[in-house]
Write a protein that binds this ligand. Structure first.
Ligand code: ZN
Length: 557
C-alpha cells in the first residue's frame, strides 16, 4: 500500500513537471485592433465600459510605451510581427505589396493563385472602393490566398507543434491580411469579403466550407443594416470630439458622407458592404462569427489550449476617411469597446475568462491629417506618390544617361531597373547613392536611403527601422521616408495614412490578462514583437523559431 501511495505521488510530481506553465489556460484570444494608435484609448477612456478595454486595466498588464521597431508601419507587416515575434527583415512581409523582379510586377502580400477562394465570383481585387486608400489592392491578380509568403513560423504554428496538432487555431478579420498571418501555416483563416458581405476562406484552409460558415453566411446578418444609418449611440455631449464631425479635409466614400448620420443605403448599392467596414458594423459581424467559431468548434473545452485571433478592421477604415481625431473615430472606438465587452462576456460564459490568456494590440498607429496639423502651425503636407518615381528617373537620366533607371516606386521603396543601368555601364551602387541624396532634398522627404544595411544608412533610429524592414528580394533599393505628418499619397483619395517610422505610427496598445497576471501599468519601452514569445513562455511552449522579441516578465512572473 505504501509503495502504491509513493508511486501515485511520483506520478503526480512528474505530471506537474511536464505540464506547461499556466496549465489552466484553455484558450488564447489575441485581439488586434487595426490602426488603433495607443493614445486614443486614453483620450476616450472615460467613455468606456468596465469590461471591454478596461478589462485589461482592472485585471491585466498594460504597456503604455509599446512601439514597432520597423519602418513600414502597414497592416501585413504589423500582423506578421504580432504572429511571429520577428521583424519584417526576418518574417519577409515588408509591405502590403512589393515589386517582384521575376514577375516584373508588384505583387500583393497574401495572394497565392494556387489557392482560390471557396466561392467563385467573390471579390478578386479592386471592386470594393477600398483601393482608394489601399493601392496594394490594385496589385491583386487572382482571388487566391495563402500564408506562403510568410517566411517563418508563428506562435500558433508552435502551439500546434507542441500539442501535436491537437490545438485548434482560428484567425478571423475584416480583411485577409488581418487573418492569414495569425492563423500561421497550420490554422484556419477567415475574413470579411467587402464585395459580398460573406466571410470567406481559401482552398489552402478548407476543401469544403464548414457547415457553420455556410449557415452563418446564409443568415443575412450584414443585410440587416440595409437602409439604416450609422448614428451616435450616446448623447452628443458624451463625445469629446463632437465638434470634429465636419472638417473640410475628410473624404466622402462615394456618398457615405462626412457627417453623422452616415446612411448605409440599400443592400444593392455597389459599396454597401464596404460602408459596413467603414463603421462599427463589420466589427460586430466579425465578433459574431468569432462567437460562432468558439461554440461550433468547441474552443477551450478541453485541456489542450486553443488559439483564436480576432482582428477588427473598422477603426482603420474609419481613420482613413475621417481621421483619428474625428468624431467618427471616437464613435467607432467606443462602439468597439461595447463589441469587446460582449465578446469577453460570451467567452467568460463558454470557457471562463480565468482559463483564457487575453491579449490586445494593434498592427500600427495612425497620423493626424497634414491639413489639420498645418492649421495648428505645424509644417505638413502631401507628396504625390507617383512624383517620386518621376523625380528619380528624371534625375538618373540627367546624371547617368539611363532611361527608366527605376522600375517602380511602391511606397516606401524605389526599385532599380538593374539591366537598364548595367547596360549603360553605370555602377548601380553609385546610382543608388546619388539618387538617394537627390530624393532626400525633395519637399516633404525626410530621408531617402539605400535600404540594404544599417551601415549604408547611418545609425539613427530611423535607419535601424529601415534595416529591420529589409528582406532581400522583396525590399527595394532606396527607402523613402516622409517628414513627420507628411504623406506620400495621392491627394483627396484619403484623409489619413499610416506607414511611416514616426511615433504616431509605431505606438500601439499592448495588454495581457490571464490567470496569475497582476494588474499593472508599465511605462518601459516594449515591442509588439515581444507578444508572440511572451504568449509562448506563458503557455510553457517553445518560442516561435525566428522570434526576436523578449519575454515580458510582468506577464510571466
Ligand atoms: Zn492596418
Amino acid at each position: 500500500m505504501k509503495v502504491r501511495i509513493s508511486q501515485c505521488l511520483l506520478i503526480i510530481l512528474l505530471v506537474g513537471l511536464i505540464l506547461p506553465a499556466h496549465a489552466r489556460t484553455k484558450l488564447v484570444v489575441q485581439i488586434t485592433v487595426d490602426g488603433l494608435r495607443a493614445d486614443l484609448l486614453d483620450r476616450y477612456q472615460k467613455g468606456f465600459g468596465k469590461s471591454g478595454f478596461n478589462y485589461f486595466k482592472r485585471k491585466g498588464v498594460t504597456y503604455k510605451n509599446a512601439h514597432y521597431s520597423h519602418a513600414n508601419t502597414e497592416t501585413i507587416v504589423g500582423h506578421s510581427t504580432l504572429a511571429t515575434g520577428a521583424s519584417p527583415s526576418t518574417h519577409g512581409m515588408i509591405g502590403n505589396a512589393w515589386y517582384d523582379e521575376a514577375a516584373g510586377s508588384v505583387i500583393y502580400n497574401v495572394e497565392d493563385a494556387n489557392y482560390p477562394l471557396l466561392h467563385e465570383g467573390e471579390s478578386k481585387s479592386n471592386e470594393t472602393g477600398l483601393e482608394s486608400f489601399d493601392p496594394s489592392q490594385k496589385a491583386i491578380k487572382s482571388n487566391g490566398r495563402s500564408p506562403n509568403n510568410l517566411l517563418v513560423g508563428t506562435f500558433s504554428d508552435g502551439l500546434q507543434g507542441f500539442y501535436i496538432g491537437k490545438s485548434k487555431v482560428y484567425a478571423i478579420s475584416g480583411k485577409d491580411r488581418g487573418a492569414i498571418p495569425l492563423a500561421g501555416h497550420g490554422g484556419k483563416a477567415l475574413w470579411y469579403d467587402a464585395k459580398t458581405g460573406n466571410f470567406v476562406t481559401s482552398t489552402y484552409y478548407y476543401k469544403d466550407e464548414p457547415q457553420w460558415l455556410s449557415n452563418w453566411n446564409n443568415l443575412g446578418k450584414p443585410e440587416k443594416y440595409a437602409d439604416t444609418q450609422w448614428t451616435l449611440s450616446d448623447k452628443p455631449d458624451a463625445y469629446v470630439l463632437l465638434n470634429n464631425d465636419d472638417r473640410s479635409f475628410e473624404v466622402d466614400l462615394k456618398g457615405f458622407g462626412k457627417v453623422f448620420p452616415h446612411a448605409f443605403g440599400p443592400k444593392e448599392h455597389p459599396l454597401f458592404y464596404t460602408r459596413l467596414l467603414v463603421s462599427p458594423a463589420a466589427d460586430r459581424l466579425t465578433s459574431d462569427l468569432a462567437k460562432t467559431i468558439v461554440r461550433e468548434e468547441a474552443l477551450g473545452k478541453d485541456d489542450v489550449p486553443d488559439f483564436l485571433s480576432v482582428s477588427f478592421s473598422g477603426v482603420d477604415a474609419v481613420n482613413h476617411f475621417f481621421g483619428p481625431s474625428s468624431l467618427e473615430n471616437e464613435v467607432a472606438v467606443k462602439e468597439l469597446d461595447k463589441t469587446l465587452e460582449d465578446l469577453f462576456a460570451f467567452i467568460d460564459n463558454e470557457v471562463g475568462l480565468d482559463n483564457v490568456l487575453l491579449v490586445l494590440s494593434a498592427d500600427h498607429g495612425m497620423a493626424d491629417m497634414p491639413e489639420a496639423m498645418a492649421l495648428q502651425g505645424y509644417p505638413a503636407g502631401r507628396v504625390d506618390h507617383d512624383s517620386i518615381l518621376l523625380s528619380a528617373n528624371t534625375f538618373a537620366k540627367k546624371t547617368f544617361g539611363v532611361e527608366s533607371a527605376f522600375n517602380t516606386f511602391f511606397r516606401p521603396y524605389l526599385y532599380v531597373n538593374k539591366p537598364a543601368v548595367k547596360k549603360k555601364k553605370v555602377d548601380v551602387s553609385v546610382l543608388i547613392k546619388l539618387t538617394s541624396a537627390y530624393i532626400s532634398s525633395l519637399d516633404g522627404v525626410y530621408l531617402a536611403a539605400p535600404s540594404r544595411s544599417k551601415k549604408t544608412v547611418g545609425t539613427t533610429s530611423v535607419a535601424n527601422q529601415i534595416a529591420n524592414n529589409h528582406s532581400p528580394g522583396r525590399s527595394g533599393d532606396i527607402y523613402v521616408v516622409q517628414k513627420p505628418y507628411w504623406f506620400l499619397f495621392e491627394e483627396k483619395k484619403v484623409a489619413n495614412m499610416h506607414g511611416s517610422p514616426w511615433k504616431y505610427d509605431t505606438h500601439v496598445p499592448m495588454m495581457f490578462a490571464g490567470e496569475g497576471i497582476k494588474a499593472k501599468t508599465v511605462h518601459r519601452l516594449v515591442r509588439p514583437r515581444d507578444i508572440a514569445p511572451t504568449m509562448a513562455a506563458y503557455l510553457g511552449i517553445s518560442l516561435p523559431a525566428a522570434a526576436q522579441g523578449d519575454v515580458l516578465k510582468e506577464v510571466i512572473d
